[in-house]
Design a protein around this ligand. Structure first.
Ligand code: ASP
Ligand code: MG
Length: 411
């Protein structure tokens, strides 16, 4: 007997028939003798609808009230899933985040999970229930409803799996696994049987939408066995997220590049002509961090004539806020020649563990882009990733030519 957490995304619970389908799969696993915790998203499109409704009343909705609204999508699907299970004669019980007590911090709309009280769920599982838990939501220490950021149900699933010490966390979605890149951009993209946790983390942070990045971080920290599968197919093993040690003695040579991610959600902030002296980076980025704005890439030029240029990227939605912080709180200290923003950019990244032991991956990537006349605006690297910022209009082309250059297509 295993304890399995199954998380179902919005398309998997999009209507009553699909919810019945979820219930039938859960029933099959239950019949094999497993204990099952189900985590569901809202029906697809529902969260967007709720956000739009809020915005009709207040252009920039108050975050606490927005969370009260957008957490309701999942409250509908937990009830429906529990009902569908009962219809199959299975004992089932739904839980909101508050009812479980998924304790989070108080950063509304992007809260972090601090602790999960697994006690009641454990008790119910032992009494033969399937527990159906609302994804995406939690509660802060004062009882306010919080949400975990878009795609946050993945994180609920993995965090619950960690808290319950589950044997496996299965993420059911509308694709049958993790692909070398998005098949909508490159039809030849290939499903990966397995991918290391570190590669998955890079892919998720570079824009692959298959898993919310926090869920991958959680899986890594607590060594949760994670698998991505299709909820529309009964067969298939999906993609297993492995830990590198487990791959060590595999005979096959691992591919050098595992995948290509892209992201159109970032904007570039350019600060030109600031004094080249200690403390400047902190003076620029400190207030940005204090405003709770996430920064991704950061580049500082070598100084010339006592001044230097500073460029960084933030989420597109936060470009206006970041520029306002710089103009209101920073400019009078640093006296930059110019502060500007550009949101017509895209980031394209190649990711692969094999980069550690192979040289020339970066030059191959740059040559491939150069051959298409694509200008690179920013570059950042990690041990297993090379990311470039380019004009957004060349993004799909860049992904296609890189996919081909690194021979990732169906073999
Ligand atoms: N319903 C939420 C969203 O659309 C959470 C999720 O689906 O994971 O972002
Ligand atoms: Mg999702």
């Amino acid at each position: 007997m295993s304890l399995i957490v199954q998380k179902y995304g919005g398309t998997s619970v999009a209507n009553p028939e699909r919810i019945r389908n979820v219930a039938r799969r859960v029933a099959r696993y239950k019949a094999m003798g497993h204990q099952i915790v189900v985590v569901v998203s809202a029906m697809s499109g529902e969260t967007n609808k709720l956000i739009a409704l809020a915005k009709e009343v207040m252009a920039e909705p108050d975050p606490r009230e927005l969370d009260v609204m957008i957490s309701t999508g999942e409250q509908v699907t937990i009830g429906m899933t529990a009902l569908a299970l009962m219809e199959l004669g299975i004992k089932a019980k739904s839980y909101t985040g508050t009812q479980v007590k998924i304790l989070t911090d108080d950063s509304h709309t992007k809260a972090r999970i601090l602790d999960i009280d697994e006690h009641n769920i454990k008790q119910d599982l032992n009494d033969g229930y399937v527990c159906v838990v609302a994804g995406f939501q939690g509660v802060d220490e004062f009882g306010n409803i919080t949400t975990l950021g878009r795609g946050g149900s993945d994180t609920t699933g993995v965090a619950l799996a960690a808290a319950l010490k589950a044997d496996e966390c299965q993420i059911y979605t509308d694709v049958d696994g993790v692909y070398t890149t998005d098949p909508r951009v490159v039809p030849e993209a290939r499903r990966l049987d397995k991918i290391t946790f570190e590669e998955m983390l890079e892919l998720a942070s570079q824009g692959s939408k298959v898993l919310q990045i926090r869920s991958v971080e959680f899986a890594g920290k607590y060594k949760v066995k994670l698998r991505v599968l299709s909820s529309f197919e009964d067969e298939g093993d999906g993609t297993l997220i492995t830990f590198e040690e487990e791959n060590k003695d595999s005979e096959m040579e691992e591919p050098i590049i595992s995948g290509i991610a892209f992201n159109r959600d970032e904007a570039k902030i350019i600060v030109l002509g600031v004094p080249d002296k200690p403390g400047i980076a902190y003076q620029i980025l400190g207030p940005i961090a204090d405003a709770n704005i996430d920064v991704d890439m950061i580049i500082q030029n070598t100084g010339a004539d006592g001044t230097t240029d500073f460029t960084f990227t933030v989420h597109k939605n936060e470009m206006g806020k970041a520029l306002a912080v710089l103009r209101d709180k920073v400019q009078n200290h640093i006296n930059a020649r110019e502060i500007s923003g550009d949101d017509k950019i895209a980031k394209v990244s190649v990711v692969g563990i094999g980069m550690r032991s192979h040289v020339g991956i970066a030059s191959q990537m740059f040559r491939t882009l150069a051959e298409e006349g694509i200008n690179i605006q920013m570059i950042s690297t990690s041990e297993i990733k090379i990311a470039v910022v380019i004009d957004e209009k060349y993004m799909e082309l860049a992904v296609r030519v890189l996919h081909k250059a690194f021979e990732l297509e169906e073999s």
